[in-house]
Design a protein around this ligand. Structure first.
Ligand code: NAG
Ligand code: NAG
Ligand code: NAG
Ligand code: NAG
Length: 403
């Protein structure tokens, strides 16, 4: 990609400029260049879809409009399809309790021996570049918050350990995060959340390591499929879909505001604690201060530095134009994230969060919930390879239904 050297050059310039406001000026210039040259087609896409439920931020009440909270019991399959799948609107389902309470004690007891890995493309990338260049991609606040050297942080980001070992570090991570939020504006409008804290995300669960957790997940997915099947004449069968595990210290952010590279829709099910979720309309990406130099770091996501969890009109004025929704998802609740919506997530300051997530390739949830076609997703026109993939999935679905 030709844009990479440009982004790198500007990142270096931002680094040289030093102060945060100078970085923002460089960042704005970068955005203008990005828009003008139209290197990324998605940036210039004009949507036919209105994303009608999304709204602008209210700087007085400091809130986006709320995400619908509905019990699954109160929904019909048709309503789910029309309002949430086709409307591309997130929804929090409030009656999705686990069989047992997943306290950290239980997690330690049932799954403590599970081997977990923190290696990501992002940390691998940092290790691959020369040491002097790593600073460009590291926020100095990370080093302050951790009180560790760059090398130590990068090692921690790439570690392998047991879940039990990880769980025992959560209290001290929480303290470090809360202190850093108060003292150095830890998450203030930047990309530090890629690096701090090192946390368990998208961890594959081996069923031998944590059978009870897998059973909980399978039970919930079956329940949703039952719900979906209500609207189908031909009862579909589905290949099993395994969730991934996220465990995050209180007060932490997962990763910066991002839009998944692959077209998938997501179910995030909370087992412990609470997360604040902000979901942005895909038509608002121009107002989100994209950081193209971070794109491709994780799963080819697009990464944005707009702080939509705590918008600041002064430092990021474009956020006024963005339209989004926000909500809190707590243990026993599940949020549906439609395809291609940028999202930012923060665990609230009180409790560790434990979450299972299903990431389903398009037509993903739609496939489960009533739709056998990707035609409702106009972005696919921009990406012929994805349209092809979608066609392949449609074929599989039809085959499965025919069985
Ligand atoms: C923003 O919030 C304030 C305080 O809650 C409220 O009075 C005002 O009407 C809201 N503005 C809009 C446009 O909804
Ligand atoms: C940082 O760590 C060093 C020891 O490695 C310690 O002496 C120092 O007090 C720590 N600083 C803070 C702010 O915790
Ligand atoms: C946090 O955890 C405590 C104790 O486990 C619990 O009483 C409280 O309801 C939790 N708060 C949230 C927001 O989950
Ligand atoms: C979007 O609208 C334009 C103009 O009305 C139309 O030509 C185009 O086919 C529409 N695209 C989709 C995906 O509906």
């Amino acid at each position: 990609m030709k844009s990479v050297p440009v982004a790198l050059g500007l990142a270096v310039a931002a680094w040289i400029c030093g102060t945060q406001s100078a970085q923002w000026r460089v960042q704005s210039a970068l955005n203008v260049i990005w828009r003008t040259l139209g290197r990324d087609k998605r940036l210039s896409r004009v949507y036919n879809h209105t994303f009608a439920d999304y709204g602008t931020y209210n700087f007085t009440s400091r809130a986006w409009p709320g995400i619908d909270r509905r019990s699954l019991a109160s929904l019909t399959a048709d309503e789910f399809r029309e309002r949430y799948v086709e409307g591309r609107t997130p929804v929090i389902l409030t009656d999705i309790s686990p069989l047992r309470e997943w306290s950290l004690e239980r997690l330690r007891k049932e799954c403590g021996r599970m081997e977990v890995s923190f290696a990501r493309r992002y940390s691998a990338g940092l290790r691959a570049i020369p040491e002097w260049a790593r600073r460009i991609f590291l926020d100095p606040r990370t080093i302050k918050a951790y009180n560790k050297s760059t090398a130590e942080i990068i090692d921690a980001m790439h570690a392998e350990k047991t879940l039990q070992e990880y769980l025992s570090s959560l209290e001290s991570d929480k303290e470090a995060i809360l202190t850093a939020k108060d003292n150095i504006n830890l998450y203030g409008g930047n990309i530090v959340d890629y690096l701090f804290p090192v946390m368990l995300s998208a961890q594959h669960i081996d069923k031998h390591d944590c059978r009870p957790l897998m059973q909980e997940g399978n039970r919930v997915l079956s329940r949703l499929i039952e719900f979906a099947a209500e609207a189908r004449e031909d009862r579909p069968t589905y290949a099993s879909m395994h969730p991934v595990l996220f465990v995050a210290p209180a007060g932490s952010r997962a990763i910066p505001l991002h839009q998944h590279g692959p077209f998938n829709d997501n179910l995030l099910w909370m087992l412990h604690g609470t997360k604040k979720v902000v979901v942005v309309s895909p038509s608002s990406t121009r107002s989100l201060y994209e950081r193209p130099e971070f794109g491709g770091s994780e799963y080819a996501d697009r990464v944005f530095s707009a702080d939509v969890l705590q918008p600041d009109e002064g430092s990021q004025p474009d956020v006024r134009h963005a339209r989004a929704l926000e909500g809190y998802v707590s243990a026993g609740e599940l949020i549906y994230l439609p395809v291609n919506v940028p999202h930012a997530i923060e665990t609230t300051d009180d409790n560790t969060s434990v979450m299972l997530a299903w990431q389903m390739p398009v037509p993903g949830i739609a496939r489960m919930f009533f739709k056998k076609s990707c035609s409702y997703l106009e972005e696919l026109q921009d990406y012929p390879p994805w349209a092809k993939k979608c066609a392949a999935l449609e074929e599989i679905m039809n085959r499965e239904d025919a069985r």
